[in-house]
Design a protein around this ligand. Structure first.
Ligand SMILES: *[C@@H]1O[C@H](CO)[C@@H](O)[C@H](O)[C@H]1NC(C)=O
Ligand SMILES: *[C@@H]1O[C@H](CO)[C@@H](O)[C@H](O)[C@H]1NC(C)=O
Ligand SMILES: *[C@@H]1O[C@H](CO)[C@@H](O)[C@H](O)[C@H]1NC(C)=O
Ligand SMILES: *[C@@H]1O[C@H](CO)[C@@H](O)[C@H](O)[C@H]1NC(C)=O
Ligand SMILES: *[C@@H]1O[C@H](CO)[C@@H](O)[C@H](O)[C@H]1NC(C)=O
Ligand SMILES: *[C@@H]1O[C@H](CO)[C@@H](O)[C@H](O)[C@H]1NC(C)=O
Ligand SMILES: *[C@@H]1O[C@H](CO)[C@@H](O)[C@H](O)[C@H]1NC(C)=O
Ligand SMILES: *[C@@H]1O[C@H](CO)[C@@H](O)[C@H](O)[C@H]1NC(C)=O
Ligand SMILES: *[C@@H]1O[C@H](CO)[C@@H](O)[C@H](O)[C@H]1NC(C)=O
Length: 650
């Protein structure tokens, strides 16, 4: 059963509960009686005969009906008043009665009664009209009010043998009126229409459309809140047939039925709803949890991260949802194979939230490496990782926000926006290169363990508000596709085409030297304002910026390579020094590349740039990089695709 169905049926149950308690007005209308009506009536010594209720049994001359009494009530009680609600009901009932004397004269009579108790009192025949008996007559315990149609003068007080009266807990009438003067003969076997009305204050009786009695009466004083409505009749030694031919009743419904019943219904409905709902919620929660456990693609991820003392803050998915406006596309900063980066606001601080795509190659190991390794790195030229989150299969990383986006926008212009950012001055470019060099030196030499960035490129250099370089990885996986399938493809393994050292294609490994090579390419880009070329194969090498720059170098025209947008506003000596350094970093032989430490020293002018042969040396292979030899056998191949790969010990 699906959720919506359950909700629907719940809704129906509630609705049904509602209708059962809401009756509207209390009314019924019998134009004729038949055997089907037994189920709707409460009869004592009464029968349905020839379309009418025979309130004393019609034995059709077969036996004596002398000294009988009977009652016939509507099955459901009528709520007369409500103490708690301070309400009194009103009603109007019309019935056709027919009294046929069996003796001459006949007896005793018929009455419309409202009774607390539907059962026929013992010995209520004869003068008692089925209303009370000798012991209940006059007692407030009788709890009965009757409008009598008396056909026999039984007492002194009775007016005659053809009168109506109003009786309260007694056979004694509070008021009585003879019908003889009105031209009505109760004992004439004729159909007599009578109407009894009660408006909460007065009881009024109409016979044959004539108002006969109107009497102030507060039924609430004598009757309980619920009463049975119906008829009673009796015979004595004199007999008659007391028939009700039709009966309609219309009463107000002062409280939608029974108070307790309603409350009970409400209680049952509500508690059932609550039970079922909480059951559903629990089931869904359980199912979800099961599913999460069953399908947790990265089991134990949390424990591994938490086991590391270096881990930055853990965020709740809730928090990050709120921070990014539920990952509102409007807040999108960037997108790629790795997932999507959103701008967010956490405690009034701008952050960048990276939502790692579920299809991304950055799986569990990469995520853990990033959180535990990068989280522990603190350098002014590194984008800081503030926290992480792993919830509902979502891998999320929170970085500090970089207002000036990435370097590539400035050196190549933002193709998407179709506009060029203002050109960076020589000073700014110098500062940026210096910053990246410091960051890399820190990664390679400055922290406890050697960390390889593996994907140095312009789009991974973020710029803070003062245009200081911040090495980050936002664009990192942009070119990295899914791992696995194409695992042996060099493109996949190597990072970004154009930035990859030639040996990468052979050793399929990241090393300190491959990072230096990428750095060299980056410097060339920044100084020349040129893209690195689309080297995607070893054989494409000649298309690269490195090849191009080396050609100019060999012709002694290295300064021709400088970005024309600089308008020659730069220190020529410093510029050529830096270009040569950049070439040195891109030496085909990894052994000949300077370390980041040396690079920094050259940048600060402490040492001259390394000598670079005018003819670009051919790439000789196998050219195993020095660090590769040193570290062979040490585990650093496990996360080939991680932006920062940890070298355990060096
Ligand atoms: C009862 O039914 C009769 C016949 O259908 C109709 O004339 C009369 O108005 C009805 N009375 C009430 C109270 O509905
Ligand atoms: C009951 O009282 C209400 C208002 O007091 C009135 O509108 C309604 O007609 C009365 N109904 C009967 C059956 O007397
Ligand atoms: C009157 O009726 C009540 C209830 O049916 C019964 O308990 C009582 O015995 C009757 N009294 C006489 C005198 O029969
Ligand atoms: C019935 O009770 C009334 C008091 O309510 C009393 O006046 C009357 O005499 C009694 N009738 C009989 C027959 O006992
Ligand atoms: C009422 O009718 C019956 C039967 O027709 C008759 O015996 C009786 O005298 C009549 N009573 C009156 C008061 O007219
Ligand atoms: C009384 O009413 C019943 C049912 O409507 C009818 O069959 C019968 O003929 C009537 N009796 C008289 C005397 O009008
Ligand atoms: C109730 O009955 C009394 C006495 O007959 C009368 O004065 C009063 O107007 C009646 N009230 C209503 C609301 O019919
Ligand atoms: C009728 O009696 C009940 C209870 O005895 C009382 O609450 C109510 O106010 C009375 N109604 C009138 C109209 O006096
Ligand atoms: C019952 O009385 C109410 C007013 O109190 C009226 O609206 C309704 O139509 C009546 N119902 C019947 C069946 O007469």
């Amino acid at each position: 059963m699906c959720f919506s169905q359950v909700v629907m049926s719940l809704f129906l149950v509630v609705l049904l509960g509602g209708t059962l308690t809401r009756v509207g007005c209390f009314s019924f209308n019998y134009t004729v009686f038949n055997n089907e009506h037994y189920s709707q009536l409460k009869m004592s010594n009464s029968y349905i005969v020839l379309g009418a209720i025979q309130v004393t049994p019609d034995v059709s001359n077969k036996a004596s009906i002398a000294k009988n009494s009977g009652r016939a009530f509507y099955l459901k009680p009528f709520r007369l008043w409500s103490k708690s609600k301070g309400l009194t009901a009103n009603f109007s009932t019309t019935f056709v009665l027919n009294i046929t004397p069996k003796t001459s004269p006949g007896g005793e009579g018929l009455s419309f009664i409202l009774a607390a108790d539907a059962t026929l009192p013992l010995n209520s025949d004869g003068q008692w009209l089925g209303i009370v008996n000798a012991s209940t007559n006059g007692s407030s315990q009788a709890k009965v009010v009757a409008v009598e149609f008396d056909t026999k003068k039984s007492y002194q007080e009775d007016l005659d043998d053809n009168h109506v009266g109003l009786d309260v807990n007694s056979i004694y009438s509070k008021t009585q009126v003879s019908l003889t003067n009105l031209g009505i003969n109760l004992s004439s076997s004729s159909n007599i229409t009578a109407t009894v009305k009660y408006d909460g204050k007065n009881m009024t009786l109409y016979v044959a459309s004539m108002e006969v009695i109107s009497w102030p009466l507060n039924l609430s004083d004598y009757l309980p809140e619920e009463v049975y409505v119906g008829f009673s009749a009796s015979t004595g030694d004199d007999t008659e047939l007391n028939c009700i031919i039709s009966w309609e009743f219309n009463g107000s419904d002062i409280d939608d039925g029974d108070d307790d019943l309603e409350l009970l219904w409400l209680w049952i409905t509500v508690s059932a709803a609550v039970l079922v709902l909480s059951g559903i919620v629990f089931y869904l929660y359980w199912q979800r949890k099961q599913a999460l456990y069953a399908e947790d693609p990265y089991p134990g991820l949390e424990d591994q991260i938490k086991g590391s003392s270096m881990a930055p803050r853990k965020f709740l998915l809730k928090e990050l949802r709120k921070a990014t406006g539920n990952f509102n596309p409007k807040n999108k900063l960037g997108e790629g194979g790795f997932g999507t980066v959103y701008k967010g606001l956490l405690a009034n601080k701008e952050v960048a939230v990276k939502q790692v795509s579920k299809n991304s190659s950055q799986g569990k190991q990469e995520f853990i490496a990033e959180v535990t390794t990068i989280g522990s790195l603190h350098h002014k030229n590194l984008v800081r990782l503030i926290g992480w989150c792993y919830e509902r299969r979502e891998l999320l990383l929170v970085y500090e926000f970089m207002p000036n986006s990435s370097l590539d926008k400035f050196i190549f212009g933002d193709e998407k926006l179709g506009m060029e950012e203002p050109t960076l001055t020589w000073e700014k470019r110098h500062i940026i290169i210096h910053g990246v060099a410091e960051a890399l030196d820190y990664l390679h030499n400055g922290c406890e363990k050697t960390v390889l960035h593996r994907d140095i490129k312009a789009s991974n250099i973020m710029l803070d508000s003062e245009f200081n370089a911040r090495l980050g990885d936002f664009g990192l996986a942009r070119t990295i596709q899914q791992k696995g399938k194409t695992h042996h493809s060099t493109i996949e393994i190597a990072g970004t085409p154009g930035y990859m050292a030639p040996e990468t294609f052979l050793i399929s490994r990241a090393t300190v030297e491959t990072d230096v090579y990428s750095f060299g390419v980056l410097v060339q880009e920044v100084l020349c304002g040129r893209k690195p070329g689309n080297q995607i194969e070893l054989t494409d090498y000649n298309n690269s910026i490195v090849y191009w720059l080396w050609e100019l170098h060999s012709k002694g025209r290295i300064l021709d390579a400088v970005d024309s947008r600089l308008n020659k506003e730069f220190d020529e000596e410093e510029m050529s020094c830096m270009l040569v350094l950049a070439l040195a970093c891109c030496h085909p032989n990894p052994h000949k590349r300077p370390s980041m430490k040396t690079v920094l020293q050259v940048l600060t002018g402490e040492v001259p740039p390394p000598l670079v042969p005018t003819e670009r040396p051919a790439f000789v292979w196998p050219a195993m990089p020095p660090s590769f030899k040193e570290d062979s056998g040490i585990s650093f191949s496990k996360s080939q695709l991680s932006p920062f790969t940890e070298l355990s010990g060096r």
